[in-house]
Design a protein around this ligand. Structure first.
Ligand SMILES: [Zn+2]
Length: 314
């Protein structure tokens, strides 16, 4: 009897408090203007992600075809994937502090070093097989990648790579693929043309950096992220990339921004391997949809970058 009275007295109040809490929480989540509300918003994102994972089939785990332990000393235990962007001769570099802009002289020095040291440059298909444990790679292996698809990659990097018989992957922004055939001007930002891509396939392989989602337009918890995180836009975008003729299973996240949902939809559309900008090496068994890379820019000493002493990047 007592309990019934207690419930009768307190239940409505409890409901009011709960409703108030839900409204308050929802207001915080939808208007993340300060640190407290951004924290609330982040917690809601976690709940949403969990719900997404529970309601969708899991991405397949990699079944490792383990490479023999005896041979592994001669083979790469981990492989660095180098990330380059824009190349410009030092005398024309107007943004020496920009990590995405690298002096061609430094690029050449790095390639000379890799050549002198006898490095092998696997293709992305070889890297995929390596991560799955299907093949081993020489101890001195390094994957070379370029983001965005600038014309200067062809003008400055291509001849050097070709000279050393190196291969590299370029992640192009589909909508930026150049239509016109204006002469190259090193002081102007220009992108590769389709014809140039076709001509340079002996050195470069071309993959997706989205068709037109290389901008920050997705607001989440008070911050702006790459538009690719908006999965509605992503679906249409992947279609456009295929229509352009870049029908590839390999992808690089613009700004490295990714989410569980994004990885899921990419995988659903046939993408099997994707790169972030998280610093580190790639190892057999890694999650193929979020592989690490190593940023290389003016002043980067490859002999140091490829041999981290403290093991922090291993
Ligand atoms: Zn980019």
């Amino acid at each position: 009897m007592k309990r019934k009275q207690f419930l009768k007295k307190w239940s409505p109040r409890l409901i009011v408090v709960l409703v108030f809490f839900v409204i308050f929480y929802a207001a915080l989540v939808t208007h993340p203007t300060n640190v407290f509300s951004q924290k609330a918003c982040t917690s809601w994102q976690l709940v949403k992600n969990k719900a997404f994972i529970l309601s969708h089939n899991q991405l397949p785990e990699i079944a490792l075809d383990t490479v023999q332990a005896e041979t592994i000393t001669e083979q790469a235990k981990q492989v660095p994937v180098l990330m380059y962007h824009y190349l410009v001769p030092k005398s024309l570099n107007k943004e020496p502090g920009n990590k995405s802009v690298m002096n061609t002289e430094d690029f050449e020095e790095g390639m000379d070093y890799l050549h002198r040291e006898g490095y092998y440059t696997p293709t992305l298909q070889e890297l995929e097989q390596y991560v799955k444990g299907e093949i081993s790679l020489p101890k001195k292996s390094v994957v070379i990648t370029f983001d965005d698809g600038y014309e200067n990659n062809l003008v400055y990097a291509y001849p050097i790579l070709k000279k050393y018989n190196f291969k590299a992957a370029v992640f192009v922004i589909g909508s930026k693929v150049n239509e016109s055939n204006e002469p190259f001007d090193p002081s102007r930002k220009s992108f590769l043309t389709k014809a140039q891509m076709e001509e340079s396939k002996d050195v470069f392989e071309f993959h997706s950096h989205t068709y037109n989602l290389h901008y920050k337009g997705f607001a989440k918890c008070g911050s702006e992220y790459a538009a690719g995180l908006d999965t509605k836009l992503l679906k249409q975008d992947m279609k456009q990339m295929k229509e352009l003729g870049i029908d590839t299973p390999y992808f690089a996240y613009p700004y490295g921004n990714k989410s569980t949902q994004m990885m899921y939809y990419l995988h659903e559309e046939g993408y099997r391997m994707a790169f972030s900008v998280r610093q580190g090496f790639v190892k057999p068994g890694d999650n193929l949809m979020k592989l690490n890379r190593l940023t290389v820019t003016t002043g980067t000493d490859l002999s140091v970058l490829l041999h981290p002493l403290d093991g922090s990047l291993e």
